[in-house]
Design a protein around this ligand. Structure first.
Ligand code: SF4
Length: 349
Protein backbone atom coordinates (compact mmCIF):
# COMPACT_ATOMS: atom_id res chain seq x y z
CA UNK A 1 0.00 0.00 0.00
CA UNK A 2 1.29 3.45 -0.87
CA UNK A 3 1.88 6.24 1.67
CA UNK A 4 0.01 9.51 1.31
CA UNK A 5 0.46 12.68 3.33
CA UNK A 6 -2.40 14.89 4.45
CA UNK A 7 -0.56 18.22 4.86
CA UNK A 8 -1.71 20.80 7.36
CA UNK A 9 0.08 24.14 7.74
CA UNK A 10 0.65 26.22 10.84
CA UNK A 11 3.04 28.90 9.45
CA UNK A 12 5.23 30.29 12.26
CA UNK A 13 2.79 29.11 14.93
CA UNK A 14 4.64 28.37 18.13
CA UNK A 15 7.92 29.86 16.91
CA UNK A 16 9.45 31.73 19.83
CA UNK A 17 11.82 33.58 17.47
CA UNK A 18 11.82 34.54 13.84
CA UNK A 19 14.87 32.85 12.32
CA UNK A 20 16.70 35.16 9.92
CA UNK A 21 16.08 33.05 6.80
CA UNK A 22 12.53 31.91 7.41
CA UNK A 23 9.30 33.04 5.84
CA UNK A 24 6.84 30.20 6.22
CA UNK A 25 3.96 32.34 4.96
CA UNK A 26 5.71 32.45 1.58
CA UNK A 27 6.97 28.87 1.60
CA UNK A 28 3.66 27.31 2.59
CA UNK A 29 1.59 29.83 0.62
CA UNK A 30 -0.62 30.13 3.70
CA UNK A 31 -1.11 33.12 5.98
CA UNK A 32 -2.96 31.49 8.85
CA UNK A 33 -2.67 28.21 10.66
CA UNK A 34 -5.34 25.53 10.54
CA UNK A 35 -8.06 25.28 13.14
CA UNK A 36 -9.05 21.98 14.80
CA UNK A 37 -12.25 21.95 12.68
CA UNK A 38 -10.14 22.34 9.52
CA UNK A 39 -7.92 19.44 10.62
CA UNK A 40 -10.99 17.17 10.81
CA UNK A 41 -12.40 18.51 7.52
CA UNK A 42 -9.11 18.10 5.67
CA UNK A 43 -8.67 14.51 6.83
CA UNK A 44 -12.22 13.67 5.71
CA UNK A 45 -11.76 15.46 2.35
CA UNK A 46 -8.53 13.58 1.55
CA UNK A 47 -10.08 10.25 2.42
CA UNK A 48 -13.15 11.05 0.31
CA UNK A 49 -11.00 12.07 -2.66
CA UNK A 50 -9.99 8.53 -3.62
CA UNK A 51 -11.15 4.96 -3.45
CA UNK A 52 -7.57 3.63 -3.58
CA UNK A 53 -6.20 2.33 -0.31
CA UNK A 54 -3.40 4.42 1.17
CA UNK A 55 -1.40 4.54 4.35
CA UNK A 56 -2.53 8.02 5.38
CA UNK A 57 -0.29 10.23 7.46
CA UNK A 58 -1.45 13.59 8.81
CA UNK A 59 1.49 16.02 8.79
CA UNK A 60 1.68 19.40 10.53
CA UNK A 61 4.24 21.61 8.79
CA UNK A 62 5.46 25.17 8.87
CA UNK A 63 5.71 25.99 12.55
CA UNK A 64 7.03 24.76 15.88
CA UNK A 65 4.36 22.27 16.82
CA UNK A 66 5.57 21.36 20.29
CA UNK A 67 6.23 25.02 21.14
CA UNK A 68 2.56 25.88 20.63
CA UNK A 69 0.58 26.74 23.71
CA UNK A 70 -0.27 23.30 25.16
CA UNK A 71 -4.03 23.88 24.75
CA UNK A 72 -3.63 24.70 21.03
CA UNK A 73 -1.27 21.78 20.45
CA UNK A 74 -3.74 19.38 22.03
CA UNK A 75 -6.71 20.93 20.19
CA UNK A 76 -4.95 20.48 16.81
CA UNK A 77 -3.89 16.94 17.64
CA UNK A 78 -7.32 15.86 18.92
CA UNK A 79 -9.08 15.38 15.54
CA UNK A 80 -6.01 13.69 14.08
CA UNK A 81 -5.75 11.40 17.10
CA UNK A 82 -9.47 10.58 16.84
CA UNK A 83 -8.98 9.64 13.16
CA UNK A 84 -5.94 7.53 14.11
CA UNK A 85 -7.85 5.73 16.88
CA UNK A 86 -10.71 5.07 14.43
CA UNK A 87 -8.26 3.54 11.95
CA UNK A 88 -8.95 6.28 9.38
CA UNK A 89 -5.32 7.36 9.27
CA UNK A 90 -2.17 5.41 10.09
CA UNK A 91 0.02 7.97 11.83
CA UNK A 92 0.73 11.61 12.54
CA UNK A 93 3.86 13.59 11.74
CA UNK A 94 4.87 16.94 13.16
CA UNK A 95 7.79 19.31 12.68
CA UNK A 96 9.26 21.33 15.48
CA UNK A 97 12.36 22.86 17.07
CA UNK A 98 14.96 20.73 18.87
CA UNK A 99 14.69 22.82 22.06
CA UNK A 100 10.94 22.16 22.23
CA UNK A 101 11.34 18.43 22.90
CA UNK A 102 11.17 17.00 26.40
CA UNK A 103 10.48 13.53 27.79
CA UNK A 104 6.94 14.61 28.70
CA UNK A 105 6.19 16.07 25.27
CA UNK A 106 7.61 13.00 23.50
CA UNK A 107 5.44 10.70 25.63
CA UNK A 108 2.35 12.82 24.93
CA UNK A 109 3.04 12.86 21.19
CA UNK A 110 3.44 9.10 21.05
CA UNK A 111 0.21 8.50 22.95
CA UNK A 112 -1.57 10.84 20.51
CA UNK A 113 -0.44 8.78 17.50
CA UNK A 114 2.60 10.81 16.40
CA UNK A 115 5.13 8.44 14.87
CA UNK A 116 7.45 10.83 13.04
CA UNK A 117 9.02 14.07 14.25
CA UNK A 118 10.97 16.34 11.93
CA UNK A 119 13.44 18.61 13.68
CA UNK A 120 14.53 21.92 12.22
CA UNK A 121 18.22 21.39 12.84
CA UNK A 122 19.57 23.68 10.10
CA UNK A 123 23.21 23.56 11.29
CA UNK A 124 25.23 21.71 13.92
CA UNK A 125 27.59 24.67 14.36
CA UNK A 126 26.71 27.01 17.22
CA UNK A 127 28.10 30.13 15.55
CA UNK A 128 26.01 29.52 12.44
CA UNK A 129 22.95 28.84 14.61
CA UNK A 130 23.53 32.07 16.56
CA UNK A 131 23.90 34.15 13.41
CA UNK A 132 20.65 32.63 12.09
CA UNK A 133 18.97 33.63 15.40
CA UNK A 134 17.75 30.10 15.95
CA UNK A 135 17.75 30.42 19.72
CA UNK A 136 19.09 26.90 20.30
CA UNK A 137 22.40 25.10 20.09
CA UNK A 138 23.65 21.92 18.46
CA UNK A 139 23.60 20.30 21.89
CA UNK A 140 19.81 20.76 21.97
CA UNK A 141 19.63 18.62 18.84
CA UNK A 142 21.88 15.99 20.42
CA UNK A 143 19.57 15.92 23.43
CA UNK A 144 16.28 15.85 21.47
CA UNK A 145 17.01 13.03 19.01
CA UNK A 146 17.64 10.29 21.63
CA UNK A 147 14.50 11.33 23.53
CA UNK A 148 12.37 10.89 20.42
CA UNK A 149 14.06 7.61 19.52
CA UNK A 150 13.50 6.32 23.05
CA UNK A 151 9.80 6.99 22.52
CA UNK A 152 9.87 4.91 19.33
CA UNK A 153 9.33 7.75 16.92
CA UNK A 154 11.10 8.13 13.59
CA UNK A 155 13.24 11.26 13.56
CA UNK A 156 14.00 13.42 10.56
CA UNK A 157 16.48 16.29 10.47
CA UNK A 158 16.14 19.30 8.22
CA UNK A 159 19.53 20.73 7.24
CA UNK A 160 20.14 24.12 5.61
CA UNK A 161 23.54 24.56 3.99
CA UNK A 162 24.49 28.13 3.08
CA UNK A 163 23.54 30.07 6.20
CA UNK A 164 25.41 33.20 7.22
CA UNK A 165 28.88 32.37 8.58
CA UNK A 166 29.00 28.96 6.90
CA UNK A 167 32.44 27.63 5.95
CA UNK A 168 33.65 24.30 4.69
CA UNK A 169 34.51 23.47 8.27
CA UNK A 170 31.00 24.24 9.59
CA UNK A 171 29.46 22.27 6.71
CA UNK A 172 31.64 19.28 7.59
CA UNK A 173 30.79 19.63 11.27
CA UNK A 174 27.06 19.76 10.53
CA UNK A 175 26.93 16.65 8.39
CA UNK A 176 29.26 14.72 10.72
CA UNK A 177 27.36 15.58 13.91
CA UNK A 178 23.97 15.09 12.27
CA UNK A 179 24.96 11.66 10.93
CA UNK A 180 26.35 10.63 14.33
CA UNK A 181 22.82 10.98 15.73
CA UNK A 182 21.58 8.32 13.27
CA UNK A 183 18.30 10.04 12.38
CA UNK A 184 15.91 8.00 10.27
CA UNK A 185 15.96 10.49 7.43
CA UNK A 186 17.15 13.93 6.41
CA UNK A 187 16.04 16.75 4.16
CA UNK A 188 18.58 19.15 2.64
CA UNK A 189 17.31 22.62 1.82
CA UNK A 190 19.99 25.04 0.56
CA UNK A 191 19.22 28.49 1.95
CA UNK A 192 17.10 30.75 -0.25
CA UNK A 193 16.74 34.48 0.30
CA UNK A 194 13.02 34.99 0.83
CA UNK A 195 11.36 38.40 0.91
CA UNK A 196 10.47 39.90 4.28
CA UNK A 197 13.23 38.17 6.20
CA UNK A 198 16.24 39.47 8.04
CA UNK A 199 18.41 37.55 5.61
CA UNK A 200 16.83 39.47 2.73
CA UNK A 201 17.81 42.75 4.41
CA UNK A 202 21.37 41.44 4.87
CA UNK A 203 21.47 40.36 1.23
CA UNK A 204 20.23 43.73 -0.02
CA UNK A 205 22.87 45.50 2.11
CA UNK A 206 25.58 43.23 0.70
CA UNK A 207 26.22 41.46 3.98
CA UNK A 208 25.09 38.02 2.83
CA UNK A 209 25.82 36.16 -0.35
CA UNK A 210 23.78 33.01 -1.08
CA UNK A 211 25.33 29.84 -2.44
CA UNK A 212 25.61 29.63 -6.20
CA UNK A 213 23.60 26.82 -7.81
CA UNK A 214 26.77 24.91 -8.55
CA UNK A 215 28.05 25.13 -4.98
CA UNK A 216 24.66 24.19 -3.54
CA UNK A 217 24.50 21.12 -5.78
CA UNK A 218 28.08 20.14 -4.74
CA UNK A 219 27.28 20.48 -1.02
CA UNK A 220 24.00 18.58 -1.31
CA UNK A 221 25.77 15.80 -3.25
CA UNK A 222 28.48 15.61 -0.58
CA UNK A 223 25.98 15.54 2.29
CA UNK A 224 23.69 13.08 0.55
CA UNK A 225 26.54 10.65 -0.09
CA UNK A 226 27.81 11.03 3.45
CA UNK A 227 24.40 10.47 5.05
CA UNK A 228 23.27 7.66 2.78
CA UNK A 229 26.56 5.82 3.26
CA UNK A 230 25.67 5.76 6.96
CA UNK A 231 22.17 4.38 6.37
CA UNK A 232 20.35 7.72 6.62
CA UNK A 233 17.84 8.27 3.84
CA UNK A 234 17.86 11.72 2.25
CA UNK A 235 14.22 12.07 1.27
CA UNK A 236 14.26 15.58 -0.17
CA UNK A 237 16.78 18.05 -1.56
CA UNK A 238 15.65 21.58 -2.33
CA UNK A 239 12.31 23.15 -1.55
CA UNK A 240 9.17 21.66 -3.03
CA UNK A 241 8.41 23.53 -6.23
CA UNK A 242 5.37 25.79 -6.10
CA UNK A 243 3.85 28.08 -8.70
CA UNK A 244 4.88 31.06 -6.57
CA UNK A 245 8.51 29.93 -6.25
CA UNK A 246 8.69 29.05 -9.93
CA UNK A 247 7.48 32.56 -10.71
CA UNK A 248 10.13 33.97 -8.35
CA UNK A 249 7.38 35.43 -6.18
CA UNK A 250 9.00 36.38 -2.87
CA UNK A 251 12.28 34.75 -3.83
CA UNK A 252 15.07 37.34 -3.91
CA UNK A 253 18.08 35.11 -4.53
CA UNK A 254 19.59 31.71 -3.86
CA UNK A 255 19.91 28.31 -5.50
CA UNK A 256 16.27 27.50 -6.27
CA UNK A 257 15.54 24.99 -9.00
CA UNK A 258 12.25 23.10 -9.33
CA UNK A 259 14.24 19.88 -9.87
CA UNK A 260 17.12 20.59 -7.49
CA UNK A 261 17.23 17.00 -6.23
CA UNK A 262 17.58 15.70 -9.77
CA UNK A 263 20.54 18.05 -10.35
CA UNK A 264 22.22 16.58 -7.27
CA UNK A 265 21.62 12.99 -8.27
CA UNK A 266 22.80 13.78 -11.79
CA UNK A 267 26.04 15.08 -10.33
CA UNK A 268 26.49 11.91 -8.28
CA UNK A 269 25.91 9.72 -11.36
CA UNK A 270 28.43 11.84 -13.25
CA UNK A 271 31.08 11.42 -10.55
CA UNK A 272 30.66 7.67 -10.46
CA UNK A 273 30.63 7.29 -14.23
CA UNK A 274 33.67 9.54 -14.74
CA UNK A 275 35.57 7.42 -12.25
CA UNK A 276 34.53 4.18 -13.98
CA UNK A 277 34.89 5.33 -17.58
CA UNK A 278 38.48 6.48 -17.06
CA UNK A 279 39.35 2.88 -16.25
CA UNK A 280 37.74 1.25 -19.30
CA UNK A 281 39.39 -0.16 -22.38
CA UNK A 282 37.95 -0.30 -25.90
CA UNK A 283 34.34 0.43 -26.77
CA UNK A 284 32.02 0.87 -23.81
CA UNK A 285 28.31 0.17 -23.37
CA UNK A 286 26.37 1.56 -20.43
CA UNK A 287 23.00 -0.04 -19.67
CA UNK A 288 20.58 2.02 -17.64
CA UNK A 289 16.98 2.15 -16.51
CA UNK A 290 14.74 4.60 -18.39
CA UNK A 291 14.02 6.13 -15.00
CA UNK A 292 17.68 7.08 -14.67
CA UNK A 293 18.16 8.48 -18.17
CA UNK A 294 17.60 12.17 -17.47
CA UNK A 295 19.85 12.04 -14.38
CA UNK A 296 22.66 10.23 -16.20
CA UNK A 297 22.46 12.41 -19.31
CA UNK A 298 22.14 15.69 -17.41
CA UNK A 299 20.45 18.90 -18.52
CA UNK A 300 20.23 19.02 -22.30
CA UNK A 301 22.35 15.83 -22.52
CA UNK A 302 25.48 17.76 -21.55
CA UNK A 303 26.76 15.23 -19.04
CA UNK A 304 26.26 12.39 -21.52
CA UNK A 305 28.43 14.22 -24.09
CA UNK A 306 31.14 14.98 -21.51
CA UNK A 307 31.19 11.37 -20.34
CA UNK A 308 31.29 10.05 -23.88
CA UNK A 309 34.36 12.17 -24.59
CA UNK A 310 36.28 10.28 -21.88
CA UNK A 311 36.37 7.10 -24.01
CA UNK A 312 38.26 7.29 -27.30
CA UNK A 313 36.29 4.35 -28.70
CA UNK A 314 32.97 5.88 -27.70
CA UNK A 315 30.17 5.02 -25.31
CA UNK A 316 26.90 3.38 -26.32
CA UNK A 317 24.05 4.21 -23.97
CA UNK A 318 21.44 1.47 -23.86
CA UNK A 319 18.10 1.99 -22.09
CA UNK A 320 16.76 -1.27 -20.65
CA UNK A 321 13.48 -1.45 -18.75
CA UNK A 322 14.79 -4.57 -16.95
CA UNK A 323 17.72 -2.61 -15.45
CA UNK A 324 16.96 -1.67 -11.84
CA UNK A 325 16.79 2.03 -11.08
CA UNK A 326 19.95 3.38 -9.45
CA UNK A 327 22.18 0.68 -10.95
CA UNK A 328 24.11 0.93 -14.16
CA UNK A 329 25.83 -1.92 -16.00
CA UNK A 330 29.00 -1.04 -17.82
CA UNK A 331 30.58 -3.32 -20.46
CA UNK A 332 34.03 -2.87 -21.96
CA UNK A 333 36.79 -5.10 -23.34
CA UNK A 334 37.56 -6.19 -19.78
CA UNK A 335 34.04 -7.50 -19.06
CA UNK A 336 31.09 -6.16 -17.15
CA UNK A 337 30.80 -4.29 -13.92
CA UNK A 338 27.95 -2.77 -12.01
CA UNK A 339 27.86 0.78 -10.75
CA UNK A 340 25.55 1.50 -7.88
CA UNK A 341 24.94 5.18 -8.24
CA UNK A 342 22.10 5.40 -5.78
CA UNK A 343 21.98 3.62 -2.49
CA UNK A 344 18.61 2.08 -1.69
CA UNK A 345 17.99 3.76 1.63
CA UNK A 346 14.36 4.49 2.34
CA UNK A 347 13.21 5.05 5.86
CA UNK A 348 10.96 7.39 7.74
CA UNK A 349 8.97 8.75 4.82
S1 SF4 B 1 12.85 28.06 10.98
FE1 SF4 B 1 11.34 27.00 12.24
S2 SF4 B 1 11.52 27.97 14.27
FE2 SF4 B 1 12.53 29.37 12.80
S3 SF4 B 1 10.91 30.83 12.24
FE3 SF4 B 1 10.91 29.18 10.71
S4 SF4 B 1 9.36 27.71 11.41
FE4 SF4 B 1 9.88 29.04 13.13
Amino acid sequence: MRNAIIPLFIPHDGCPYRCTFCNQWRITGTQTGVTPAQVAETIAAYRRSTTRPYRWEVAFYGGSFTALAPARMRALLAPATAAWQAGEIDSIRISTRPDAITEEIAAELYTAGVRTVELGVQSMDDTVLRLAKRGHTATDVERAVPILRAHEMAVGVQLLPGLMGETRRTLARTVRRAAALQPDFARIYPVLVMADTELAADYLRGRYQPLSMQTAVCIAAWWRSYLQARGIAVIRMGLQATAALDAGDGLLAGPYHPAFGELVISRLYGQQLRHALRRTTGAVTVVLSPRDASKVYGLGGRQRRELGALCPDGVTWRIDTAQPQGRLRLYDAGGVREIIAERAVKRGD
